[in-house]
Design a protein around this ligand. Structure first.
Ligand SMILES: [Zn+2]
Ligand SMILES: [Zn+2]
Length: 684
């Protein structure tokens, strides 16, 4: 996705620190009524309102100084300027503009800082027209404003999103300093257009040719405009040449961008080259790994960071929670929660906490966090609604959606997805259709692929396969494998062979190496005794070198992750676990459990007899959980593949027989087994 929340946060923090230094040094000059040296003003950057604010708060000291300086020809000009200055500081835009008009008539100009205050006022009121008048006034009668002030005008056009005007002004500038170049470069880099990104890069080259040395802000902006690794590496070497590679700010930007391109090795290299780290850089590197779903490394780095004596801030904790979410590490997530309490007002962090509890299948914890949140936004509501829906609490999800609407929060793409998911799981066909059909009219959200996927699932579950197919053909976007898989799943349950073959072929067109679909297709043919077709599928698989991904289940016990893979006997306690599992199966059989070998067909060669079915990875993980966790603890398992029907029955019966709660999270949904039933309602 994007470089979100905490990256911006850490940049802001760094920038804030920088500005504080600039502020204190400039305040010293201004209070002494001396002109602020250009090297300090250079740090004034377009994005920083803090600095202008603080600088201008000091303004009364220097305002009088300039006013007296211009007072030599007649008393009225100085009065005019004084009046103008006063209106500017009072943020009285109409009167300041009127005073400016009189000044222009008398060919008078105030000092740069006063104009910068006025421009700020224009920005706050989005007064583009007034902004242009100020521009005109500053260049009237051959007057030439200082570069500092032109830079502020430049920034004004950028903030108004008038890049052409900014460019025209920039082209006219007789002298451009690092701030002028950086303002324009970051303006181009901040847009989403590829064309503008190219411009940002071209301007960096022109800047270097012009002999202006880029600063950390220039590089952190231009890095965002890089496209692809070669381009990024060129920029990296240019940074090294200018000696800015030791700057923490630039380094942190480099780490962010390498991570964004999925180049984690390079991120780590840039990180490890640092002599002294800084919390911002730690956050960048941990965030990089957490966002690229390498939770293990993110957690390793987090440990290293603590070891190096750094205290986690909101940014760190958000990333660490994300890593826990990816790995379904509920216990570690709970420990992080304790640290989160220090920042209990932080919305982004609280949302990450909610997401962690939802994705780890602990809805009680998620609910309690959500109910205690002082501030909530659409992300918090959507996370909760989606969490409830995916965990099988459809009614609660829909109730929460009603509360959300009542609270005045506008739903977004994800919220509606959660609502449709809930409808689909609760079999609420009519409600689902209503929300789907009205989502654009009521909330201004166009249905995307995921919404269609949910609707196909909803109709499929209800057995309305023809309607599901009709909907797929009505899709404005090209249906993806998720949509076809939803149809395939429905065909499997409702035993519609022809349609299942059709859906499977569509999936294989899009993903020719999808082992699961080949196996399913082969099974469908085998079920209808079409042996020639079975052979054909096998040939296709062999031809493509498609192998079956082995089933793997993970469980966290005492902060350790234990992995169980089908057929793998490397777990130190595997012997005891298998013996215990055999005992359970034997006792369950006495209660009427019949291993469902229908699912053995999932295996292409059919060699997976009842025996190997017994040792499916989730069964081993469940039994290991029973042996290691106290009775009141929920057994939580994460799985790489969809749970098979036999393991599903096994988990339901075992949960009842042993009075245990078992939660299994597969790539798509959650199964909460409690007292002989599953939250998915036996449809997945
Ligand atoms: Zn199984
Ligand atoms: Zn289930």
């Amino acid at each position: 996705m994007m470089l979100i929340g905490y990256d911006r946060e850490s940049m802001k923090l760094r920038h804030f620190r920088m500005c504080t230094i600039v502020y204190y040094s400039s305040s010293m000059y201004i209070r002494r009524m001396k002109p602020t040296p250009p090297f300090i003003l250079q740090y004034w950057t377009s994005s920083c309102s803090f600095f202008t604010c603080t600088l201008l708060r000091l303004r009364p000291y220097s305002a009088t100084a300039t006013a007296t300086a211009t007072a030599d020809f007649s008393p009225s000009p100085s009065l005019l300027i004084d009046e103008f200055t006063r209106f500017c500081y009072q943020r009285d835009l109409p009167r300041a503009m009127k005073a400016m008009k009189s000044m222009q008539k008398h060919q008078l100009w105030a000092d740069s800082i006063t104009y910068s205050e006025l421009i700020k006022c224009c920005l706050a009121h989005h007064a583009i027209h007034h902004g242009r008048l100020i521009h005109k006034h500053l260049f009237s009668h051959g007057h030439r404003p200082a570069t500092f002030l032109i830079n502020i005008l430049l920034n004004m056009y950028v903030k108004f999103n008038l890049l052409d005007d900014a460019q025209a002004l920039f082209d006219q500038m007789p002298h451009r300093n690092v701030v002028s170049w950086t303002t324009l470069i970051s303006a181009y880099a901040n847009t989403n257009a590829m064309l503008h990104h190219d411009k940002a890069l071209q301007f960096l080259i022109l800047m270097l040719r012009d002999g202006v040395r880029p600063n950390m802000f220039t590089y952190s902006s231009v890095l965002r405009a890089s496209h692809g690794l070669p381009n990024l590496q060129q920029l990296h070497s240019s940074i090294i040449k200018t000696g800015l590679d030791s700057d923490v700010f630039v380094r942190s930007a480099l780490i962010d961008i390498y991570s964004k391109w999925g180049e984690l090795h390079n991120s780590l290299r840039v990180f490890d080259e640092m002599v002294t780290a800084d919390l911002v850089v730690w956050n960048s590197i941990i965030g990089g790994f957490a966002q690229n779903t390498d939770g293990d490394e993110a957690l390793n780095l987090f440990k290293r960071m603590k070891h190096a004596g750094f205290w986690a801030d909101q940014g760190t904790l958000t990333s660490v929670l994300r890593a826990c979410t990816g790995l379904a590490l509920l216990e570690l997530g709970r420990q992080i929660h304790v640290h989160v309490l220090k920042f209990n007002q932080d919305l982004i962090l609280n949302n990450a906490l909610l997401d962690m509890y939802c994705k780890c299948g602990s809805l009680e914890d998620a609910n309690s966090v959500f109910s205690r949140m002082v501030e909530t936004d659409v992300v918090s509501w959507s996370t909760m609604i989606m969490g409830l829906a995916q965990n099988g609490f459809s009614r609660k999800a829909l109730q929460l959606f009603e509360s959300m609407k009542a609270s005045g929060t506008k739903p977004n793409y994800i919220t509606i997805l959660g609502v449709l998911f809930a409808c689909s799981h609760a079999g609420l066909v009519e409600d689902g259709q209503f929300y789907f059909q009205s989502m654009n009219k009521c909330f201004g959200i166009y249905p995307g692929r995921e919404h269609y996927g949910c609707m196909v699932d909803l109709l499929g579950r209800a057995g309305k396969l023809d309607e599901a197919v009709k909907l797929i053909h009505e899709m404005e976007c090209e249906p993806d494998t998720v949509t076809w898989r939803a149809l395939l799943g429905a065909c499997r349950v409702h035993r519609n062979t022809d349609l299942a073959i059709y859906a499977a072929k569509r999936i294989l067109n899009l993903e020719p190496n999808d082992a699961g679909t080949y196996i399913l297709l082969s099974n469908i043919y085998a079920n209808s005794q079409r042996w020639e077709d079975v052979a054909e599928v096998r040939r296709a698989m062999r031809g493509r070198g498609v192998g079956k991904e082995p089933g793997c289940s993970w469980i966290e016990v005492d902060k350790q992750i234990h992995a169980f893979i089908l057929g793998d006997k490397s777990h130190p306690q595997i012997g005891v676990i298998r013996m215990e599992l055999d005992q359970f199966i034997w006792r369950l059989k006495e209660l009427g459990y019949v291993p469902d070998t229908n699912f053995v067909l999932q295996d292409l060669e059919g060699e997976q007899k009842e025996d190997s079915l017994s040792y499916h990875s989730e069964k081993l993980a469940i039994v290991f959980g029973m042996m290691s966790l106290s009775r009141e603890k929920t057994i939580r398992i994460r799985k790489n593949l969809r749970i098979c029907g036999d393991c599903h029955v096994f988990a339901k019966l075992l949960a009842k027989m042993e009075h245990r709660n078992i939660v299994i999270r597969d790539p798509i949904r959650y199964h909460h087994f409690r007292n002989g039933i599953c939250s998915c309602g036996d449809y997945w």
